[in-house]
Write a new protein. Structure first.
Lengths: 186, 186
């Protein structure tokens, strides 16, 4: 499987990868247990600090690891990983070691203990920022404390879940930069 | 401008339109004031009741209308509306009537006072469910109380914002239904 060459990326810009709404893989570690889950319910909350919210229901094996460690990594896969993404979403970490079972590379993160997934286009190391709504909705607000993003291609072919086993694959890029007020752009 | 023919849609399935992560238009009304804002920071929270969270910062003219009315409509535009979506995001409702200025049709909703945008592919009527994190992050959790979705095409050409004036347009559809465990599908 392909492994992307990545560079450090400004955490204030993680919206470039997350706002389009891709399915992501969340990796976690607590003591000697590691897990990965497939997750599509996430949104950007703030640029600086770089906050991202997501829903991780208590039924997921990852939920317990994440609540205890208060950390995770949000990994952005591309189309070539679609069968792996579906496989991870259809197995439980209580039964299989997902890194071994799916042949994924666990790489050391810089600021958290949860591993990066080497085969993903981007990896965002996250520390828990706010769990006020964790009991009510399984909602966690994360601060992205370190971001790694592939050098190329410039726009990844992300996958977007529609439910019922159906995915939309990221299509063409269009710019409307010329229509923006200067103060609305970086 | 095109106007879609729409039908009632099961609110438990709004994830089919929102989970892929499109930019949406949020319409609101309070007393005699109406507004529309462009919004990309949203996520599904729960299937039933149909809960959706989003971020609407206090700086937006819509914020005040939404906080007072405790209602809104989330409208899903398609590619042909991209210039309108950008225009709406680059003007303030305190200066212009956005429906009139952008030539959009305000249609009556069934359960809220905020208007539907006729030219959008889908319209989700929302009532405020939880504003516990509204002061902290501008986060609102909505219950979709009524959903209207176009009869065709089956998969809309939604637009997805990457920041910096750049958009990704929804690409091809792929099914991986055969890889899902039966209990993971509806």
């Amino acid at each position: 499987m392909r492994s992307y060459r990545k560079e450090d990326f400004d955490t204030a810009n993680v919206r470039q990868l997350l706002e389009p709404g891709p399915v992501v893989l969340v990796s976690s570690r607590w003591q000697d247990q590691t897990d990965i889950m497939t997750m599509g319910w996430h949104m950007v909350v703030e640029f600086t600090p770089a906050l991202v919210a997501c829903i991780i229901a208590p039924g997921n094996h990852s939920h317990e690891l994440i609540r205890r460690s208060r950390e995770c990594v949000i990994n952005v896969p591309t189309f070539e990983l679609i069968d792996t993404v579906v496989g991870i979403g259809n197995t439980s970490g209580s039964e299989v070691d997902k890194f071994a079972h799916f042949g994924l590379t666990a790489e050391a993160a810089a600021k958290v203990k949860a591993p990066l997934i080497g085969e993903c286009y981007a990896n965002f190391e996250c520390r828990l920022h706010d769990d006020a709504l964790a009991d009510k909705y399984g909602m966690f607000v994360w601060e992205v404390v370190k971001a790694h993003v592939a050098v190329s291609p410039q726009t990844p072919e992300t996958i977007h879940y529609r439910g019922d086993g159906q995915f939309m694959v990221a299509g063409r890029q269009v710019s409307r930069r010329g229509l923006f007020r200067p103060e609305m752009l970086p």
